[in-house]
Ligand binder design. Structure first.
Ligand SMILES: [Zn+2]
Ligand SMILES: [Zn+2]
Length: 353
């Protein structure tokens, strides 16, 4: 008799989130959410970790969910527990990979898409904006992880939520990059990016003359992210702005919180391909933006892709694995992934843009 597989971490997480959805704000809801996140982030089978972290009252419920002999049984148990009120999966939870799924996808990845082959560590933050570590600490960590080049992308000053870099800050950081590259550039070449803000009208918040002084201009949306209106025009204007190299986390979605903006993505990606602007797959676990369906669309449009960790601390650098897993699931050919190229080839790509 065929044995049914126990529910996956992702299915268990979704079950816990659905049960949390129907709870009023309070301890119970928080504990269910915490257990759900723990399942999403667990590297291996979830049982011991989630149970160890849960309050005693939650243990019987967790035990019941974990004992379900398959995902159908799990869904039925959630229906029963929620008294038929468990809503369908919310759009802000669609097409996110659990850590266990990332590991599974990468274990079966085709040879040229093995994590160890990533040469470039793209899009991470330092203390110069809202990161926790210094430029040099992050650079050393990139090198330890096997990168040969790395693109720092702190926020521009225009982003109110982060203490970003103004023109003077960019210059000062650039000096430190030079010092690093003079000493260690042969081992890890540091490249200066800046994560600039796409304003509501599609212009970016850093003037063209300042964009010219940067190696990589990474444009991203962080506000006006409501799904109500179509934002194609905003994105088209941003990606055709001179000096923009990359469209980062294009939707601006956030797990549980917002599904991100709506746009006619074929048009946006076609404009990126036309302008030589790379599209980012942001691997920060709560972002995963693009997801694999949109990543596939970007490839079909002819775009080059950059995988990003969006690390704000050293341990986050490994989030580029999530981005790689999304690329693998989307069937992105290796030659479209700029992180797999040598530093000089990436610099040539930048120069051509
Ligand atoms: Zn961002
Ligand atoms: Zn960022």
């Amino acid at each position: 008799m065929a044995r049914t597989a126990p529910p996956s971490n992702a299915a268990l997480a979704e079950a816990l989130f659905r049960l949390a959805d129907r709870e009023p704000p309070g301890e119970r809801r928080l504990a269910l959410l915490r257990a759900g996140y723990s399942a999403m982030d667990a590297p291996g089978p979830v049982r011991r970790r989630v149970l160890a972290e849960a309050p005693p009252w939650l243990e019987p419920l967790l035990g019941q969910l974990l004992a379900c002999p398959g995902e159908g049984a799990l869904a039925a148990a959630v229906e029963r527990l929620a008294g038929g009120s468990a809503r369908r999966r919310r759009p802000a939870r669609e097409r996110f990979l659990s850590r266990a799924e990332v590991d599974g996808v990468l274990a079966g990845a085709p040879e040229p898409l093995r994590p160890g082959l990533l040469r470039g560590a793209f899009h991470w933050h330092t203390r110069d904006s809202d990161g926790h570590a210094t430029l040099e600490t992050m650079a050393r960590a990139c090198h330890r992880r096997g990168a040969f080049w790395a693109v720092v992308a702190d926020h521009s000053r225009g982003l109110e939520v982060a203490s970003g870099l103004d023109a003077e800050g960019v210059r000062l950081q650039r000096r430190r990059l030079r010092r690093w590259n003079d000493r260690y550039g042969d081992e890890l070449l540091l490249i200066q990016g800046l994560e600039v803000e796409i304003l509501e009208d599609g212009t970016v918040d850093v003037p063209a003359v300042e964009r010219d002084a940067l190696d990589v201009v990474v444009a991203a949306v962080h506000r006006e992210l409501g799904p109500e209106r179509d934002q194609t025009a905003r994105l088209l204007r941003a990606v055709t702005s001179p000096g923009v190299h990359v469209l980062a986390h294009p939707r601006g979605r956030l797990f549980q919180h917002r599904p991100g903006i709506r746009a006619r993505w074929e048009r946006v990606f076609a404009a990126c391909a036309e302008a030589g602007v790379a599209v980012e797959i942001n691997g920060f676990p709560r972002r995963q933006d693009l997801d694999w369906e949109l990543a596939r669309l970007a490839v079909e449009a002819g775009c080059d892709l950059l995988l990003a960790s969006d690390a704000h601390a050293v341990p986050h650098l490994e989030y580029d694995r999530y981005a790689l897993a999304i690329a693998v699931r989307a069937g992105v050919p290796a030659e479209r992934i700029l992180n797999l190229r040598r530093a000089d080839v990436f610099l040539d790509w930048l120069a051509a843009g």
